[in-house]
Design a binder for this molecule. Sequence first.
Ligand SMILES: [Zn+2]
Length: 532
Amino acid sequence: MIKMFEIKASDLAGRIGEIKTKRGSLETPCILPVIHPARQIIAPKDMDKMGFKAVMTNAYITLKVFGKIAEEKGIHRIIDYDGIIMTDSGGYQILEYGSLEVSPVEMAIFQERIGSDIALVLDTPTGIGVDRKRAKKTVEMTLKAAEETLKVVKTESTLWVGPIQGGSYLDLLKKSAKLTSKMKFDLFALGSPTEVMESYNFELLAKMIITVKQSLPIDKPLHLFGAGHPLTIPLAVALGCDLFDSASYIIYAREGRYMTDYGTLRFDELKYLPCNCNICSNHTLKEIKDLEPKERIKKIATHNLNVLLKEVKATKQAIEDGRLWEYLGIKARAHPMFWQVFKLLINNYEFLEDGTPLFKPRALFFYEHYDLMRPEALRYHKMLIEDLFVLPEKKILLILPESDVKPFYKSPFYIKLTKALGDTLKYIQICFLTLPFGLVPVELSDVYPLSQYVNSLKLDSYVMKRILKLTKEFIKKYPFDKIIFLNHQDAYYPILRKLARIIKNSFIIDTNTNNFDEIEKKISKSISEERS
Ligand SMILES: [Zn+2]
C-alpha cells in the first residue's frame, strides 16, 4: 500500500514530507495561496509558474457563485489551475457571518463532486476571545460535522481534513484533537489562529500547536489555518505543522504592507525595495508607486507571495542542514514576542527531541544560554546520566577545561598529560569541562555532537549555574573518591573554583606550566595520599 504521507527528513518537531494526492505528490512544508473562486488578482496559473504546486479556494463561495455548474465543470476548470486544490468549506464564513444555510453533509458531497483534491469538513471555528461556553459549543459542533462528513464521503479520490477547534482553550483543543484523531481522516487542521498571529502572540500559537500535536498521530500531516507570515512559518514548521494557507499576501497588499523576511513594512514609507524577487528587481520603487491602485496591489501581492515561498524553502533547507534551531534563533531576533517563545521551547524538550536526528551533517552553534537547552544538549546529558559505564577501578575523576582541538583526545595538552601519567591512568577517569555540555568523558569526545560544535558562550552566571547543576548530577550518579580540577586555562578558573568549593573531596591543581612531570607528580601525590 502506498502511504498517503511519507516523512523524508526531520529536525525538532519539523519535517519534510510528501503527501500523495490523486493529482500527484505535494512536498511539505507547503504554503497554499488562498484564491477567490471567481475573482482573482493573480491568476492561479501564474502562481503555478511561481512555484506554488497547490492552492486553496473556498467551496462555499464556489457553491454560492456557480451553483450546480461547478459540479459539471469541476473546481480545476473553474479556477483554471491544474495543480492540487484544497477546498475550505465555509467555516471562515461562519466565523464572519454566523451560521450558513448549508449543512456539513451537503458541503462534503459538493466538495467531492467538484473534484477537490483535499477537502475540509464544514467546521464551526472557535475564534479568539469567545467565552468558554461558546468555545465548547464550537468544538462539539465541529466534532459532529466531522462524524457526519465521514459517513457520506467516498474517500478514494479526495483526501479529507479533520478540523480541530477550541481556540485558546488548550484543554478543549486537546479534547478536540484526541477525538478527531480517532476518526479516519487523512490530514488534520488546526483552526482559527489568525487573530493570534495578527497580534504577534507567538507564544499562544506555539502552545496551541504543541497541545494539538501531542494528541495527533505522527504519520498524519497537520494544516495550520492562515499562517501566511514570514515569522510564523518557521515557528509552526519547527513545531510540526506541514501545510499552511495564506490570504495574507493579498490582504497585506491591499493594506499597503510589503513583506520582508522578518515581518512587514509600510509600502508608502519605503525608500528602497529590499528584495530581489522578479517584481522588485524589474521595477523601480517609483514605478510601482505610480501604478494604478489595482496594479500596484497586484505587484505587492506577487512580491509577498515570493517572500512566503522563499520562507518555506529556507525553512526546508534548515531542516535538511539540521539547523532549524539556529534558524529559529535568527528569526526570533526579529520580534521580542517571538523571542519569548524560546522559553516555551526549552520547556518542551521531549516534544522537540523526537524529530531531532542523532547525527547531523553540520556542527551545532551555541550563541547564548537558551542554546544550552536545545534538544541535542539535553539529550546528551540524559544519555550521560543514564547510560555511561565507569570502570570500578577508576576512583579518581580528573577534570580538564575543554580544548579548542576536537576531539579532545587529540589536544597536545591531553596527549602530553596522559603520557606523563603512565600507569596511574588506570585509576583515573578523565572528563573535559565544556560550556555547552558540562562534563564530557574523554571516551565520548568524538561522539556527535561533542566534537562538532562551535561555541561563543561566555561563562556568565546562567552558564555557570547550569554547569554546576550538571556537574553535581554527574558526581551524584558516579561517586569518585577524589575529584581533581586541572587549571590550565585562566578563563575557566572561576567555575573550577566554584566547583571545588561545593564538591566534596575535590581540589584544584594549578598547571600554568608546561612541565608535565611536575603535573604528574602533583596528581600522583594526591592519589597516593588517598590510597594510603
Ligand atoms: Zn520582491
